[in-house]
Design a protein around this ligand. Structure first.
Ligand SMILES: Nc1ncnc2c1ncn2[C@@H]1O[C@H](COP(=O)(O)OP(=O)(O)OP(=O)(O)O)[C@@H](O)[C@H]1O
Ligand SMILES: [Zn+2]
Length: 729
């Protein structure tokens, strides 16, 4: 008998067998089609993974599927394989992985809409119409003549030629014309001329071009402003010339409107842009354009890595070190790592680019697994900025800023230039405390303090979203002596406005940058070139090109220096390099001032004496010595539930049950409470699987998952698996 093996959108880690729907022939079935089927008591939309033609009869009753929803598969074979791989590698339920590859509407079983446009054509009767038959209706005669001349024509084109709907409607009533659909014809994508590349850029370009239509993986490590984007643009031009599509992943589209604009300017081609801000119809259209090959270039954030492509020819991951490429909940995948696998499965080159590559990618490049191309100088002749440390110990500070820093801002402004001040904390102050009794405003749902937002007059939890009014007196002792501790962007903004009342000041954080076009408006204003001050969080560090910024100030470096995570040092070096890299990108030289209470901190001294590459090599040596990623491998099992003890007990039971079957070389650490144990009212615990070899860690994790599925203590709690975890929180 014939059995359909379906991936169903359920949290169960298996495929499910169904009989073909009644009346369906074998020839109509193809993997990648969506199929509706009853699951439990619900009708779900699954994806056909395999057709088993001569399956042995099962001892269980197999139900028939409801309907085949697509006449041909919507997922390309390459993408189906990619999903299967990802479900296996990340040990995540296959149904959830497969359905993640579709836009929401299709995921829910909605009808597939093609890009075909509504058009009109002559009916047989219309074709046979005698000349002069419509002499008394000149508009209708004109419409007939146009359709006779041009064949089926879109409604838009007809309207453009002055042929209006009423004439067409009248002809339709006479059965002389009828509506039809026109599929868009892929046009040729072209690049406009680019810049003349320097030697390092052209070496990188030709090495990647030499790969042609084969899988190779390249790390393009180029200092900030070295012209990596120019290399991408020219690689894409070559890809389009081969008649192939390029997929470009970038961290956050809303934050870097300039990137998309640069692509639009360079190419005379169809661009499909995919990001979370799109409406459903726009998303469907972009997805469909990518899938059918109408779009030459697909630009998107993390989830765009699962967009089907008709003719994949190149995959680029820009700012490949960026944390946003890792999905932190549900299906926890790394879009960067999935991109490399996709290149392998679909035989196309993959380019990972960054000024501050992740140690994972650097390790692969140094081991010879990736081709390594370095751009060590800024393009266009500007120099990398000079870094200096400002020791703020014993110095008076205003909203965290020393006199030295404020003077430097003033000097910069008086030269007609712009300053960028980086403070990675939004709100007014991260802590509110009672001066008389020591009470601290904590979140009632999390192990976290509430951040004071003065303008909104609220205390907010940045972890669960809880918020409440700012109390006028201490809830414990009724004292009115409430003090804020620490500084956020809102507070620094106040001081800067007072100091520089005549200067434009832009605060850039997730509170101030609401709405889709906020960042674009900011970029336009800043690039007007007037002297100004930019003050903001991480949002300001990502890939922006502000040519008139010459001073970068890091207000609180100490917040970056001390981190409990083993990746803390790497992240601090990346962030500092990226923010510093915003200075002096055009003809005027840049300087970077880093405020700290710990001027001798090795991480900071490293940044002064070495470039990111050499710092990274040192950090890598340390990781290797400790068998930490990328030299070792990790998986994290997490539990969360409303009872603190229950989660830990579940993990402990699991560990006990698994102990005897662990592959050699794998250690289990924990269970331990998560660094933030209580979040949004739930208690979180975790257990780390650590080992040198990837295969052993995978195997151990697989074992733990299968035990977890049987474990009684796991029934009333949530547990999840994170392969290659990025954050230990
Ligand atoms: N070959 C070249 N000749 C002249 N100017 C160039 C060349 N390549 C790039 N540039 C210019 O140098 C500037 C920085 O380039 P680009 O933004 O591509 O750098 P990047 O490496 O992507 O930067 P970052 O990683 O800091 O975001 C841009 O203004 C770009 O137009
Ligand atoms: Zn909270």
């Amino acid at each position: 008998m014939t059995v359909l093996r379906l991936a169903m959108p359920t949290p169960l880690r298996s495929l499910f067998d169904y009989l073909p729907p009644a009346g369906i022939e074998l020839a109509q079935l193809q993997p990648g089609q969506r199929v509706s089927a009853t699951f439990g008591h619900r009708e779900l939309c699954g994806v056909l993974v395999e057709v088993l033609e001569n399956a042995a009869p099962s001892e269980y009753e197999i139900k028939a599927a409801g309907a085949i929803l697509d006449t041909s598969p919507l997922l390309t074979p390459g993408l189906q394989q990619l999903c299967l791989w990802a479900a296996d590698y990340y040990q995540h339920p296959i149904g959830e992985v497969m359905t993640a590859a579709f836009p929401t509407r299709l995921r829910k079983g909605g009808q597939h809409q093609s890009l075909a446009i509504k058009a009109w054509q002559l009916t047989t009767h219309g074709k046979g119409l005698a000349e002069g038959a419509l002499a008394r209706s000149p508009r209708q005669a004109e419409a007939i003549a146009a359709l006779r001349r041009d064949g089926p024509t879109s409604q838009g084109d007809l309207a453009g030629a002055g042929i209006k709907r009423p004439a067409l409607k009248a002809l339709e009533d006479k059965a002389l014309v009828e509506t039809c659909e026109l599929n868009p014809v892929p046009r040729e994508g072209r690049a406009r001329p680019g810049l003349t590349l320097n030697q390092q850029q052209s070496q990188a370009l030709s090495a990647i071009a030499a790969a042609g239509d084969n899988f190779t993986c390249h790390l393009l490590e180029g200092v900030t402003g070295s012209g990596k984007t120019e290399v991408y643009l020219q690689m894409i031009a070559a890809c389009l010339a081969r008649g192939k599509q390029a997929l470009v992943l970038i961290p956050e589209i809303g934050l870097t409107p300039q990137t998309v604009a640069r692509f639009e300017q360079r190419f005379d081609a169809e661009l499909a842009v995919l990001h979370s801000g799109l409406g459903e119809a726009q998303r469907n259209r972009a997805w469909e354009a990518a899938r059918t090959g109408i779009a030459h270039i697909v630009i998107g954030t993390r989830s765009a890595i699962f967009t089907p492509l008709a003719q994949p020819g190149l995959i680029i991951v820009d700012e490949e070190h960026d944390g946003s490429f890792k999905q932190q909940d549900g299906f926890r995948y790394s879009a960067r790592d999935v991109a490399v696998k996709r290149g392998q499965l679909e035989a196309c080159p993959v380019v990972l680019g960054s000024a501050t590559p992740s140690l994972e990618s650097l390790h692969n490049a140094l081991q010879g697994r990736y081709h390594h191309h370095r751009l060590t100088e800024r393009a266009g002749g500007s120099k990398l900025p000079k870094l200096s440390i400002l020791d703020v110990r014993k110095q008076p500070l205003q909203a965290g800023m020393s006199e030295g820093l404020l003077n430097a801002v003033e000097d910069t402004l008086s030269r007609g230039e712009q300053s960028l001040l980086f403070l990675n904390r939004r709100g007014f102050a991260p802590t509110l405390q009672c001066h008389d009794c020591g009470w601290i405003a904590d979140c009632q749902h999390c192990d976290a303090r509430l951040t004071m937002h003065r303008r909104q007059r609220r205390l907010r939890c940045h972890h669960c979203g809880h918020n409440q009014p700012i109390p006028s007196a201490c809830p414990e002792c009724r004292s009115e002596q409430l003090l804020t501790l620490g500084v956020g962007t809102e507070q620094a903004e106040g001081v800067l406005r007072e100091k520089f009342p005549m200067t434009a000041l832009y605060r850039v954080d997730s509170d101030s940058m609401q709405g889709r076009d906020a960042m674009q408006a900011l970029v336009d204003q800043v690039n007007g070139g007037e002297p100004c001050i930019l003050l903001g969080t991480q949002m300001l560090t990502k890939g922006h090109h502000f040519p008139t910024v010459t001073l970068v100030g890091v207000i609180d470096m100490d917040a970056l220096l001390f981190s409990g995570d083993f990746r803390g040092e790497e992240r601090a070096a990346q962030l500092l390099t990226q923010v510093a890299g915003r200075a002096g990108r055009a003809d005027r030289p840049g300087q970077v001032i880093v405020q700290t209470h710990h001027p001798d901190h090795p991480g900071l001294q490293g940044a002064l004496t070495k470039d990111f590459h050499n710092q990274a090599i040192e950090i890598l040596a340390d990781r290797t010595a400790r068998s930490l990623p990328p030299a070792g491998n990790m998986a994290l099992l997490r539990s969360d539930c409303t009872d603190a003890a229950q989660g830990e007990q579940f993990l402990r039971d699991l560990r006990l049950a698994a102990q005897a079957h662990m592959p050699t070389g794998v250690t289990i650490i924990g269970p331990l409470p998560a660094p933030m144990q209580r979040r949004a009212g739930r208690f979180r615990a975790q257990m780390l699987v650590h080992g040198k070899g990837r295969r052993e860690v995978q195997q151990a994790t697989r074992r733990l998952i299968s035990l977890a599925q049987q474990q009684k203590s796991g029934r009333n709690l949530n547990w999840s698996v994170d392969i290659d975890p990025q954050d230990m929180f």
